[in-house]
Ligand binder design. Structure first.
Ligand code: 4AD
Ligand code: MG
Length: 434
């Protein structure tokens, strides 16, 4: 028995199969029939292709199946590829054999359904061309992050997901019952990474991260993927430059691999190309406040929320690094700037176009007393951090790191309205199904 050779639709729409007899398999994306002819649009992971099924060109039984089959039925087709300017993608398959694998029931998703309905049916909506394009971009972004760090000699290092401590403030912790004890889902890989740099020096990781974010925004998920890095001997300036390079690298990889997906999503490719080659500015928080003061009433010391970040970014076309936020609003591990005691050696990178903070990081405090005081002010039990303070007791070195929000970056590059569409099955304050 000879094994069937399956052709991917991508290969067909790239023009490599014209005039050839081929076999494809996939799902019915659209279908209409009149009399003795059925026009189907078939999809597989490479794209969509029109199939013309004419009575007489294939066994009658197969023709009747074609007429009966509803959209999302899975099937195998054999036929010859012809160029056809009117067909989507410019090619069509003249079908000589057809085999339905599964006759689909009436598909529940039709045109113009509410976002909530589509989230309820996420397990089916994930087949849409829209999510297909975003998921392909996401796959490239994830691959690019690994490639970026590995090329530069970083080791991939894994931290536990169940952790006894907070890293980014107690208010967003998810508690998990742990035998007769309690633990928390990881808010960040960072504290464990700070232990590992004494062994591996340059490390990175990408993994699920959990925050009980109670506000409903288009930027926050309860479960998201963070790509973090930590480096021994590096200071704030060093890591801001690495973060800029990383974002540009990701952008270039997406432009190389996902042009047709970006086109499907109506993204301005020229604009993205320009960003991938631009220099990203660095400003201080104080400079940002001075820019904002021209537009609104804002006092030094306030955190930048969505409103302020969006206003600030009206002045920039590329992402911007903002350093030196006020110490008071920062996590316990962010050190004071010796040159400006009111601010911390930290940064956020903010994306243009209303996508907000895509990267956040800092130099790490080496001062056990200062960190102890700040944790106490937050009502934390210091005992839980003694292991972390050991890292300052045995060969402590300057070190820095940052975390990049994978969904924020995907949402920005794809130009999508809500971060929920940047992750396959979103978890938010109101949703944990399906
Ligand atoms: O700024 P964050 O909170 O930084 C940290 O967690 C550090 N411990 C990272 C480090 O230095 N290793 O989070 C980092 C990034 C943010 O810039 C944002 O892009 C993303 O993670 N992020 C979220 N993305 C989606 N939903 C949420 N609820 C997010 N919270 C943070
Ligand atoms: Mg942050």
């Amino acid at each position: 028995m000879t094994k069937t050779k399956w052709t991917n639709i991508k290969d067909i729409i790239e023009g490599n199969k014209t005039g050839k007899k081929i076999n494809i398999r996939g799902w019915i994306y659209r279908s209409r029939s009149s009399g003795n002819i059925v026009f189907m649009v078939i999809r597989d992971n490479g794209g969509i292709l029109q199939a013309t099924i004419k009575k007489g060109n294939l066994p009658d039984e197969d023709f009747n199946d074609a007429k009966k089959a509803l959209i999302e039925s899975s099937l195998e087709l054999e036929g010859v590829i012809r160029e056809d300017k009117r067909a989507p993608g410019g090619y069509e398959l003249k079908v000589s054999n057809l085999n339905i694998i599964n006759f689909a029931e009436k598909f529940p998703i039709v045109k113009d359904q509410s976002p909530e309905f589509l989230l309820d049916k996420r397990h089916l909506w994930i087949r849409s061309q829209y999510l297909n394009s975003i998921l392909k971009v996401r796959s490239t972004v994830v691959g690019a992050i690994h490639k970026f760090f590995r090329k530069r000699g970083y080791y991939e290092f894994d931290a536990p997901v169940l952790q006894p401590n907070q890293c980014e403030g107690g208010s967003t912790l998810f508690q998990v019952k742990y035998y007769n004890n309690k633990t928390f889902l990881s808010q960040s890989w960072q504290l464990y990474a700070e232990a590992a740099i004494f062994s591996l020096e340059k490390i990175y990781n990408m993994g699920p991260t959990f925050r009980a974010e109670r506000s409903k925004t288009s930027r926050h998920l309860s479960e998201f993927w963070m790509a973090e890095m930590e480096v021994a001997w590096a200071d704030l300036y060093d890591i801001t430059e690495i973060a800029k390079e990383e974002i540009k690298f990701i952008m270039k990889e997406v432009l190389k691999q996902n042009k047709s997906d970006l086109e499907y999503l109506n993204q301005d490719i020229k604009k993205l190309e320009k960003i991938s080659k631009s220099k990203f500015p660095t400003i201080t928080y104080t400079e940002a406040i001075n820019i904002l003061k021209k537009h609104m009433d804002i006092d030094w010391g306030k955190d930048l929320r969505t409103l302020e970040e969006n206003k600030l970014m009206e002045h920039f076309e590329t992402p911007v690094v903002v350093t030196n936020y006020p110490v008071e609003i920062m996590a316990f591990y962010k050190p004071k700037d010796p040159k400006d005691n009111k601010t911390a050696l930290c940064f956020d990178m903010i994306a243009p176009g209303g996508y907000g903070e895509i990267v956040g990081g800092s130099q790490r405090s080496l001062d056990i007393n200062d960190m102890t005081n700040r944790l106490k002010e937050m009502g934390e039990s210091i005992d839980n951090y003694d292991w972390y303070f050991d890292l300052r007791r045995y060969g402590s070195v300057p070190h820095s790191g940052y975390g990049l929000g994978v969904e924020r970056v995907v949402a920005w590059i794809c130009g999508i309205e809500n971060i929920k569409d940047a992750i396959p099955f979103p978890r938010t304050v109101l949703r944990f199904r399906p």
